[in-house]
Design a protein around this ligand. Sequence first.
Ligand code: HBI
Ligand code: FE
Length: 292
Amino acid sequence: MSTEGLNTEGKTDTPLRGDYSRMREDYTIDQGWESYTEAEHALWRQLFTRQSKLLQRYAAPEFIAGIGKLDAVDGVPHFGRASEILSKATGWTLVAVPGLIPEDVFFTHLSERRFPVTNWLRKPEEMDYLVEPDVFHDFFGHVPLLMHPVFADYMQAYGKGGLRAMKFGTLENLARLYWYMVEFGLINTKDGIRAYGAGMLSSAGESQYCIDSDEPNRIGFDLERVMRTRYRIDDYQATYFVLDSYEQLFDATSQDFAPIYERLKALPEFAPDEVLPTDKVFTRGKGRQRAA
Ligand code: HBI
Ligand code: FE
């Protein structure tokens, strides 16, 4: 299986850092849990502790509930043991992968309730930012919400939708849905807007930024609006989209996308920082004040 041209999550053809030499046909590998060093387990605990301190203030309650049941505090989690907990909750299991995998392989796993989790951990100097998702991003960021029945159903529906989108050649629209609503999604709660997206909750900076900062827009979720909005991969988001409920996301993704794709092909795309007159605006940002 080749990995060249593996352009995923907006990444260009930078060489992938995982070991793809031993993977199976479906890109899965053995996690190699026995090979993690004590230094890696200590780095995991450091990352886990830092993010956990932020959850009460910034994370959605369903995320907090999920991570609390996954027994991942003491070190890099064992995917087999975590899968036993996860499968009892929602029928999902985790499969170890060497890193980013082709879209069709990724969608196939999701459509069969398997979540691919990278097996390598970042280096200490990458505490605050790394280019490719590592085991901390994938596990701490993505797995807690797979414990939530409605979000778990959404992720399977997303995988099935992805396989269909590839037939229509409309992957870009669906990748935006994943980016904005799986990696960087917000949800409105009785205590205010909270973060549930994997990309923000695995990042100390963005967990706080997405809630506290007056720079970004926060706009009510609308499927076609999200599918038409470009995103950037190398900075905090200019716009975050806000769910009323996870059911809203599941319902939006359970419909037939074909007519939507037809409509979208004829319509213009939006820049990441645009605000439309038709938007349900929670906050209109003042824009990114990048350090000069
Ligand atoms: N591969 N391992 C892994 N993890 C991802 O999150 C992932 C991927 N490949 C493709 C991909 N995400 C994105 O292109 C999604 O939009 C499909
Ligand atoms: Fe991710």
